[in-house]
Each structure stands twice: as structure tokens, then as C-alpha cells.
Design a protein around this ligand. Structure first.
Ligand code: NDP
Length: 449
């Protein structure tokens, strides 16, 4: 459709000019725009209201300096941002990331994805993301605490339980959330559920830590079942060894799949016989308890190989679950997966596939669950944590897990409804169209704001 391509090119040219050098943000928007454009071009009301242009412009970006002191008394300054992208459907919601690669472009792509992801959950949440180029890895406990306190001192006036509710992401786990929350209630002199991912004794929800990984596997299973396949006995390659990866591995094991790989930024481990329950507990303690390296897993177990500075996608598997970071699976990796007969890719991370990899998998008919659908379980349980906080109750594990499964099934249903073509579902299109339409409808109803 030449007219369609021309409109898409025209829109993307404008977006690139308005947001120079923000390549991650361009990539995320282009994927969504390509999915929704055929529908959008037929809707004069949405076009004349400039919904696509307005939905790709953040409501605001708060940028601030975070000054803090090392244990040795040296002064450091990091950059931090909060991108409050769109709150048409509810208060801003999205994680905070602490990693040296964080830039305004990375946070804009993440916040934009978050708008559509939150829309898919059916819960009243807008889209936001934030973070800093601070690296918590090589810092002491006290340094992390001082940094979190200083960041919250800069951020607290812009967030609130009805305004913007941050959560964790890469580099921000329960330790960092606790320090941030402690500083928030000190500054405000009031207890409010303004962060999610809190400890279970002070307002946190059951299953929040597990939710993204579990949800990714629930979604993958639904996707396979819908196409007459199953998860039991399948071989699975997982990247990462953080919260998302470890709980995706745990749920995959519970479903009878064989997990062959895990990784971190130093390389990947190949577990030829498949990960077992004891080994998973070892990795959890290694990563969550000691903050160790995945190479130590291979040192501990015979038959587990460590591949330094390599990614796991050349290992033969039927299902790939990228659960580490953006653009971690490129065109060459996609070719390797196809060469080994991969049947499905379910994203635990946000935008882990490059555009080239996405197009190749689509052309070859591989089932591909985009993160905004398959990793929405994390933010969904964050939404449930907010509900529990405002009602001053806490639900059991079973209750929260049941609700998580229902939400993942509903997201799957929406993807099928908007992405099914001739009996096969394009989940990327389905998720983009379903998530976009709901936000677009709300923006149209609000008039010019
Ligand atoms: P964690 O910080 O707990 O773990 C991240 C994992 O990815 C670590 O194993 C880390 O290795 C690895 N990693 C990070 N950056 C790179 C890199 N540049 N190259 C190779 N490996 C890397 O983060 P999460 O598990 O929470 O998040 C993982 C992904 O899932 C992210 O894309 C995040 O946005 C997404 N996500 C997370 C949600 C959540 O609830 N936590 C919700 C929805 C999406 P190392 O330790 O060596 O850095």
C-alpha cells in the first residue's frame, strides 16, 4: 500500500525531526505507528484531532540532578528523569530504572510502551517511566541508600497516589524501592501507596516480584494453546537473570518446560540437561542474595557451560524468552533461532528485539508476543497493589495469582481480536491496535487538552 507507506514515512520524518538522536524512541513509535496506521487513516475524527501526533508527545518530562556523597566523602552528581507521558486512562504509572545506559531517549521509549501496556491491562493507569544513569552495581549499601534518598528529594513533589506511582525496573528492586519509599514518607509526613513493589510488611502485594515472569509464561502458554500447541516438554532459552528472567524460569519449570539458558551482562550459561529446582534456588540466592555473576552458576555445577560475552540465541530451542534489556536479540540472532526451528518468542523485557528481528519473525510466521502484552503482568500486579493499599487490605498469593492469570488471558483475547488474520495471530499488531484505540478514544473524548 504505497499511500500507507507514504503516510507512515511522513509521520516518522516529523517525529525524528522533533526528537533528534532518540533512536530507541523512534523505534518504539515506528512499530506502533505501522500497526495502527491502516485503521488510523480511515478515521478522519482521530486524524483531525491529531491523536497520533499528540499521543507521541509526552505530557511533560521532569529532568533533575541527583547529588550524593560516596562512603569516602567524594561528591557525585547523576542525571535523573521522570517522563510523564500520558494520563488519559489513569494516574501515571511505570518503573524507575537505574543503569548507566539510561538516557531521555530510553525513558521516552519505555514510557511510550507503558501507555499501551497499561491500557491493555484494563486497569486505570496512564504511562510513565523514570530513572537515572546511576549504576547501583558497584556501590555500597549506604551509597545506594544516599542516592535513593537524594533522588526522592528531587522527585517527591511530582508524584502521588492519584498523580504518578513509580515502581521498579532494571537496577531498582525491593531494596531501592524501600529506600525511596522511606524517604517519601519522611518528606511528606504521610503514608500513601505512592510506590509499588514495596515489601510485604509495608503495603507490598503478594506475587509482585514474580508477576512479570509468571505473566510472560502464562501469555506464552495461551498463545501456544490458541494455535493448537502446548508448553509442556518444550525447550526454552531465557536471557537475563533478574526478577523477570528468574520467575519466567520458575513458572516455565512448573509448566513442565525445559529451561536451557540464563544470562547476565557478562555472558550466558547453557544448562544442557535443563535447569532443575535446586539449581534455580541457587541462582536466586546468587543473584538476589549475593548480587553475584551468572558465571558462578557454571563454576558450581558440572554440565553447565558458561559462554563469556555471548547471548543465548544460538542455542537450539523451541521457545525464546528475552528477559534482559532492549535490542538484545537482533537480525542475526533471529536467523539463528529460525535455523534451530524456534516456534515462539515471548518477550519478558521491553523491546528486546530489533526492528529487523521483528520483521523476519513476522515474515516467517513465528508466534511473537511483544512485551507490551506478554510482560504486562508486572504492572498489572502493581495496579492490584495500589487497589489493596487504597482499600487497606492485602490479598492472598492465590487471589493475586488468580487475578494475574485472568488479566493475562484478557490481554491475549484482545490481541487475538485485533491481530487475527486467516487463523494466525499477529500479536504485535493486535497489542498495538488494542492498546492504542482505548487511549485514543479517551483523548478524543477529552477534547483539545
Ligand atoms: P533486573 O535488574 O532485575 O535484571 C536485569 C537482567 O538483565 C540482569 O540479569 C542483567 O545483567 C541483564 N542485563 C541488563 N542490561 C543488560 C545489557 N545491556 N546486556 C546484557 N544483559 C543485561 O531487571 P528486571 O528483570 O526487572 O527487568 C528486565 C527487563 O524486563 C527490562 O527490559 C525491564 O524493562 C523489563 N520489565 C521489567 C518489569 C518488572 O516488573 N521488573 C516489568 C516489565 C518489564 P547484569 O546484572 O549483569 O546487568
Amino acid at each position: 500500500m504505497p499511500g500507507l507507506q507514504r503516510e507512515l514515512d511522513h509521520f516518522m520524518d516529523g517525529l525524528r525531526k522533533r526528537n533528534p538522536y532518540q533512536t530507541e524512541f523512534h523505534q518504539a513509535v515506528e512499530e506502533v505507528a505501522a500497526s495502527v496506521m491502516p485503521w488510523y487513516l480511515q478515521r478522519d475524527d482521530y486524524r483531525s484531532a491529531q491523536i497520533l501526533e499528540r499521543l507521541t508527545e509526552p505530557d511533560r518530562i521532569i529532568a533533575f540532578r541527583v547529588s550524593w556523597e560516596t562512603d569516602g566523602g567524594d561528591i557525585r552528581a547523576n542525571r535523573a528523569w521522570r517522563v510523564q507521558f500520558n494520563h488519559a486512562l489513569g494516574p501515571y504509572k511505570g518503573g524507575l530504572r537505574f543503569h548507566p545506559t539510561v538516557t531521555d531517549s530510553v525513558l521516552k521509549f519505555l514510557a511510550f510502551e507503558q501507555i499501551l501496556k497499561n491500557s491493555l491491562t484494563g486497569l486505570p493507569m496512564g504511562g510513565a517511566k523514570g530513572g537515572s544513569n546511576f549504576n547501583p552495581k558497584d556501590k555500597s549499601e549506604r551509597e545506594v541508600m544516599r542516592f535513593c534518598q537524594s533522588l526522592m528529594t528531587g522527585l517527591h513533589r511530582y508524584i502521588g497516589e492519584d498523580v504518578d506511582i513509580p515502581a521498579g525496573d532494571i537496577g531498582v528492586g525491593s531494596r531501592e524501592i524501600s529506600y525511596l519509599f522511606g524517604q517519601y514518607i519522611r518528606l511528606q509526613n504521610r503514608w500513601a501507596g505512592v510506590l509499588t513493589g514495596k515489601g510485604s510488611s509495608f503495603g507490598g502485594s503478594a506475587v509482585r516480584t514474580e508477576a512479570t515472569g509468571y505473566g510472560c509464561v502464562y501469555f506464552c502458554e495461551q498463545m501456544l494453546n490458541h494455535h493448537g500447541e502446548g508448553l509442556e516438554g518444550r525447550t526454552v532459552a531465557i536471557s537475563g537473570s533478574g526478577d523477570v528472567a528468574l520467575y519466567a524460569a520458575e513458572k516455565a519449570l512448573q509448566k513442565g518446560a525445559r529451561v536451557l539458558t540464563l544470562s547476565d551482562s557478562g555472558g550466558f550459561v547453557h544448562i544442557r540437561d535443563g535447569l532443575d529446582g535446586n539449581q534455580l534456588e541457587f541462582v536466586k540466592e546468587l543473584k538476589e542474595g549475593r548480587r553475584g555473576r551468572i558465571s558462578e552458576f557454571a563454576d558450581r555445577y558440572a554440565g553447565v557451560e558458561f559462554h563469556r560475552n555471548a547471548r543465548p540465541w544460538a542455542v537450539g530451542c523451541e521457545i525464546a524468552m528475552p528477559c534482559a534489556t532492549q535490542n538484545e536479540l537482533d537480525l542475526e540472532d533471529a536467523k539463528s533461532l529460525l535455523g534451530n526451528g524456534v516456534m515462539a518468542v515471548s518477550e519478558g523485557a521491553n523491546m528486546p528485539l530489533t526492528a529487523g528481528a521483528v520483521h523476519l519473525l513476522a515474515a516467517r510466521g513465528v508466534l511473537h508476543a511483544p512485551g507490551k502484552a506478554s510482560n504486562a503482568g508486572g504492572v498489572a500486579v502493581s495496579g492490584l497493589e495500589q487497589s489493596q493499599n487504597s482499600m487497606r487490605i492485602s490479598w492472598s498469593r492465590e487471589e493475586v495469582d488468580g487475578r494475574l492469570q485472568t488479566i493475562m488471558s484478557e490481554i491475549h483475547r484482545q490481541c487475538v481480536r485485533h491481530g487475527e488474520r486467516k487463523g494466525r495471530v499477529n500479536y504485535v499488531d493486535g497489542a498495538n491496535i488494542a492498546g492504542f484505540k482505548k487511549v485514543a478514544d479517551a483523548m478524543l473524548a477529552y477534547g483539545v487538552v
